[in-house]
Design a protein around this ligand. Structure first.
Ligand SMILES: [Zn+2]
Length: 334
């Protein structure tokens, strides 16, 4: 069988609010708020916010769509509440996702300080709780620190995650352009301390790395050494390095693989290369999960990601089950 059983309940550990809201919802939010758009037609708007292959061929192109449009449209308490609410319901309806870790950077939703962060966070929690009640699913928020932010801004995000731990915020992440470096320049000790603080507050920790040639396997190794996260977003570049794979196994770190995202940003050349990477992880015992990253931006959903890998022979049915079990075992949801 090269498709998942429709009754299988799924769990998504890596999905960004900025890439997961349906275009018609963003269109509606933009109009409700009088957001100035460069297009007047809905279909032109769909083109503007989609990461179609003719527009996106790198992580930079992909992040630019989030930065220019979706994050700005989502920059109000009402907009983030509706976004979070709509995503959780849609992931349940499209893929029977019954547990979801939804990530976003609250400081990329506050219009550089014009909006109050606590209001935004409370609104996101409200949207999440409403969807959890309607769909009987489990959900939690992960706050993304940004590579391109100064330490002081990232410290505020961790402070907010600590404040809202046990109130719906379950972890922290680091995202953003990899050319800013995983060592965080001279601030490496400060970031190590921030991650330790998050762990002490009971928060889960994950870091985007190993997604482009800017970091590659040395990036994965540096993240393991300095930040000791319990999971890594993507990390596909670890397959180039025996040392990186051994360290992932030793430290029990779980990878959040996002197949369509890696194909679109050219982190991997094609499905065959992704297949080689997953085989290498299986042989070395590196644990990994399958996720969406940005389902609307990439025109996919979690069930579609599994079906693509099953149909292409990259996963066997038992391998797919193992990925789902690994996700259940490594979720920050309690
Ligand atoms: Zn991501």
């Amino acid at each position: 069988m090269n498709r998942l059983d429709p009754a299988t309940e799924l769990i998504d550990l890596h999905i960004h609010v900025g890439g997961a809201v349906a275009p018609h919802i963003l269109w509606s939010i933009a109009h409700e708020h009088g957001f100035k758009l460069p297009v007047k037609d809905y279909w032109e708007f769909c083109d503007l916010i989609s990461a179609s292959p003719d527009k996106v061929s790198s992580l930079g192109d992909y992040l630019a769509i989030l930065h220019q449009w979706t994050e700005k449209i989502q920059s109000s308490p009402h907009a983030i509440e509706r976004s979070v609410y709509e995503i959780i319901g849609k992931e349940y309806r499209s893929s029977r996702v019954t547990a979801i870790e939804l990530r976003f950077n609250p400081m990329k939703r506050n219009l550089e300080g014009e909006r109050d962060l606590d209001h935004l966070i409370h609104a996101a929690v409200r949207g999440m709780e409403r969807a959890m009640l309607e769909y009987s699913c489990r959900a939690g928020l992960v706050f993304c620190l940004a590579r391109e932010f100064d330490y002081d801004l990232n410290e505020i995000i961790v402070r907010k995650a600590e404040k809202y731990a046990h109130r719906g915020v379950i972890g922290i992440d680091v995202a953003g352009p990899e050319q800013h470096g995983i060592e965080f320049g001279t601030d490496v000790d400060a970031y190590r301390e921030l991650f330790a603080r998050a762990r002490a507050a009971g928060l889960g920790t994950t870091v985007h790395t190993g997604e482009t040639s800017h970091t590659a396997a040395p990036g994965v190794l540096a993240v393991i050494e300095h930040l000791r996260p319990s999971r890594i977003g993507h990390g596909v570049a670890a397959a180039e390095s025996e040392e990186a794979m051994a360290k992932l196994c030793e430290s029990g770190i779980v990878l959040e693989i996002c197949p369509s995202s890696n194909l679109r940003t050219r982190a991997v050349a094609d499905l065959a290369e992704l297949g080689t990477i997953l085989r290498r992880f299986d042989e070395r015992g590196v644990r990994y999960t399958i996720n969406t990253d940005g389902p609307y931006l990439l025109d996919t959903h979690l069930r579609g990601e599994f079906d693509m890998l099953l149909a292409g022979g990259l996963l066997t049915p038992s391998g797919a089950t193992r990925c789902i079990e690994t996700a259940r075992a490594s979720t920050f949801l309690r």
